[in-house]
Each structure stands twice: as structure tokens, then as C-alpha cells.
Design a binder for this molecule. Structure first.
Ligand SMILES: *Cc1c(COP(=O)(O)O)cnc(C)c1O
Length: 394
């Protein structure tokens, strides 16, 4: 097989073989509907309940606070729309940030059309929410604060505990989109005063199309899908048993391997960052230098078009991303890179590389060597770069 270096693990991950192994019997042998009465099927109810417990334990939550969804986007939609509806009597104001995933941003835009008011907080040049601005944005009518745990593009990790404390002190619900962070950093819902948390299977070596929303006991939240009595009558539909089993296996695996896996990734991430910054001129790192996901590196190269870079990398068997998977294909620069203050032309020349545990130092060396060559080559053909060099000579 040709060399393939997959560095787009923020877009999706490989389903771990042991996760697939755990799922298989639930397609072919134990396929019963968990709501059926006979033992053959009803056993699956118990299996689902065990997965809830596995996930809850990792978060310091209770099993009955875990609600399965069809992924991160659904969990985000549910958290926002259903709280907005349930707390409408208290107020109509929601606080979020400019760097959220579109599953949050577009849901907020939808809620604005329905009469809710949304404050989109700025972030600093590293992508960190400013706590004084958060405090200043709070109104008597604020019902929800939603801030992502870690950003999917630049990897910056937010001061979640401090944000949770502020929300808690003001009696405001706190939701966090932890789709990127869960499985990569330890998360404890009580310590951080998190009331709701979204996560997704396929971002942590689990299957696609399954995720969950953690909802703290006592939070009033409306049903999201009406129908049967599944998920405590809040999200109807026959359970995705193989998906849930796969998610449980992936979460357990991620928790068991976290320290070793992320330690290794952090080391290689820093090696990658240092080599790129040292060896490629006119280049910057986006996101916080240390408060970032263990596997995330995001660079901007001046005088370069991100899409051309991706195509050339692809020809060398290297998979990366220029924006988030959802926005690539459009010509708009990433809203996250604009929010950290990058001018359009620099945001356009950006590259996100997200590692996994299989990546080796040799892979990173190959990637950096290829990048040096490609960036040099693209700049040779760039009129902007030529202008820049000519001006420098004067
Ligand atoms: C991928 C992602 C989502 C969406 O999750 P899906 O399971 O693909 O719907 C939401 N938020 C963040 C931060 C993500 O990275």
C-alpha cells in the first residue's frame, strides 16, 4: 500500500479494531429491540445501561444523566434548543463564543430568529475566552452559557472550570461542547460545574453516528425527539445498540489509554511545531502554545493558499485540513482564525494537522520535509511572495 499519513483526526478517527469487535455481535446475533419483553432482546436494555455507566464514570456523573444521540451535532442542537424552550419563562438570553462549531453557531442563529438574544464572545489572540467579558455579558435574563471545551480548529482549551464557576454563581446553566476534548483531556462535570456536555463517538476511535448529551439531574430539558419512551422519554427511537456498545468501548479505551497516548502525542506535536516554526520562514502557530489539545497543530503560512497546500500534501500521502471539514470547499476563511485576529490572506494559508497514537517521529519528519519542499515551491510561484522579496532587497 502507498504511504498514508493520516493527520486529520479532528475531522474523524479510525474506529479501533477492539471497538468494532465489541459491536459486531449486536448486528448479527444480539439484534433484538431493547424495548421487547422477551429475554433475548431485553438483555440489550441491560447492555445499554452498562454503557451509560461506563461513560458516566469517566465524567464523574451518574448513568441516568447520559442520553445517547446520533452524534455531537445532535447533542449540541438538543442542549441549546431544549433549554431555550424549557427556560423561556426565566429569560431569553444565551451567551456563547465566536469560535464554536457550526452545530452551536447555526443553532444560535436559529434561536435568534425565534426571538432569543445571543451574545457571541470574542476570544484573545490565542483563542481563549476572556472571563471579564463573560461576566460583563451576563444579564438577569441569561439562561445559558455554552462554551466549547476545546476548539476543533486551533486546539485551544478553555478555562472551563472558571467559566463553570461564573455560571454557577449566577445560577445560569452551563453547556460545553466537549466533542474534541472528551477522550483527550480528563473531564469532571462536578469540578467544572458543567450542567450539559456534548460528545461524539467518531472523534475518539468509536463509530460515526453515535454520541451523547450529559444532562445533570435537575436540569429541566424538553424532549428532543417525540415518539417512544427511549432515553427516559426525551429522545425517542429504537436505540442504536451496536453504536452504543461501540461508544462505550471507545470511551473505556480512551480513558484507559489517555495518559500514555496523549503523552506521546504531546511530545510529537511539540516536535512537529518546533520543526515547522524553526525551519519554515514566515509561518505562525495558531492557538495557545501550551493550553491546547495534545494532538493539535495549526499553522498559517504567508503567501500560500491552504487548498493548494492540501492538494500537494495529498500527493505525498499526507491528509490534513485547511479549515474544519464542514467548511472546506467554501472559500470563506475559517471563522475561528478570523476571531483570533488573523487577516484574511493569512487565514487562507492555514493548515491543521491532528495526530493520532499511530503517528511516529519518522512520519513527522517526512511531513515536515514535505511541507518545506511544498511551501518553498508554492512560494516560488507566488507573485505576492516575489513582491515581498523584491521589497526586502531594496
Ligand atoms: C465534530 C464536532 C462536532 C460534530 O460532531 P458529529 O458527531 O460529527 O455530529 C461538534 N463539535 C465539535 C467541536 C466537533 O469537533
Amino acid at each position: 500500500m502507498e504511504r498514508l499519513i493520516y493527520l486529520d483526526n479532528a475531522a474523524t478517527t479510525k474506529t479501533a479494531p477492539e471497538v468494532v469487535e465489541a459491536m459486531l455481535p449486536y448486528f448479527t446475533e444480539r439484534y433484538g429491540n431493547p424495548s421487547s419483553v422477551y429475554g433475548f432482546a431485553a438483555a440489550n436494555k441491560e447492555v445499554i445501561s452498562q454503557q451509560r455507566d461506563v461513560i458516566a464514570q469517566v465524567l464523574g456523573a451518574k448513568g441516568n444523566e447520559i442520553y445517547f444521540t446520533a452524534g455531537g451535532s445532535e447533542a449540541d442542537n438538543w442542549a441549546l434548543k431544549a433549554t431555550a424552550e424549557a427556560y423561556e419563562g426565566k429569560g431569553n438570553h444565551i451567551i456563547t463564543t465566536k469560535i464554536e462549531h457550526h452545530a452551536i453557531l447555526h443553532t444560535c442563529e436559529y434561536l435568534e430568529k425565534k426571538g432569543f438574544e445571543v451574545t457571541y464572545l470574542d476570544v484573545d489572540e490565542d483563542g481563549v475566552v476572556k472571563l471579564d467579558e463573560l461576566k460583563a455579558a451576563i444579564r438577569p435574563t441569561t439562561i445559558l452559557i455554552s462554551v466549547m471545551y476545546a476548539n476543533n480548529e486551533i486546539g485551544t482549551i478553555q478555562p472551563i472550570r472558571e467559566i463553570g464557576e461564573i455560571a454557577h454563581e449566577h445560577g445560569i446553566l452551563f453547556h460545553t461542547d466537549a466533542v474534541q476534548a472528551f477522550g483527550q483531556v480528563p473531564i469532571h462535570v462536578d469540578e467544572c460545574h458543567i450542567d450539559m456536555l456534548s460528545a461524539s463517538g467518531h472523534k475518539l476511535n468509536g463509530p460515526k453516528g453515535i454520541g451523547f448529551l450529559y444532562i445533570r439531574t435537575g436540569v429541566k430539558i424538553r424532549s428532543f425527539v417525540h415518539g417512544g419512551g427511549q432515553e427516559r422519554k426525551r429522545r425517542a427511537g429504537t436505540e442504536n445498540v451496536p453504536g452504543i456498545v461501540g461508544l462505550g468501548a471507545a470511551v473505556k479505551r480512551a480513558a484507559d489509554t489517555m495518559a500514555e497516548r496523549t503523552g506521546k502525542e504531546t511530545e510529537l506535536r511539540d516536535y512537529l511545531i518546533n520543526r515547522v516554526l524553526d525551519e519554515i520562514p514566515h509561518c505562525r502557530l495558531n492557538g495557545h502554545r501550551t493550553k491546547r489539545l495534545p494532538n493539535n497543530a495549526n499553522f498559517s503560512f504567508r503567501f500560500i493558499e491552504g487548498e493548494s497546500l492540501l492538494i500537494k500534501l495529498d500527493m505525498k500521502g499526507i491528509c490534513g485540513s485547511s479549515g474544519s471539514a464542514c467548511t472546506s470547499g467554501s472559500l470563506d476563511p475559517s471563522h475561528v482564525l478570523l476571531a483570533i485576529g488573523l487577516p484574511h490572506e493569512i487565514a487562507h494559508g492555514s493548515l491543521r494537522l491532528t495526530l493520532n497514537e499511530e503517528i511516529t517521529k519518522e512520519d513527522i519528519d517526512y511531513v515536515v520535509d514535505s511541507l518545506k519542499e511544498i511551501v518553498g515551491h508554492l512560494r516560488e510561484m507566488s507573485p505576492l511572495y516575489e513582491d515581498f522579496i523584491n521589497k526586502q532587497k531594496k
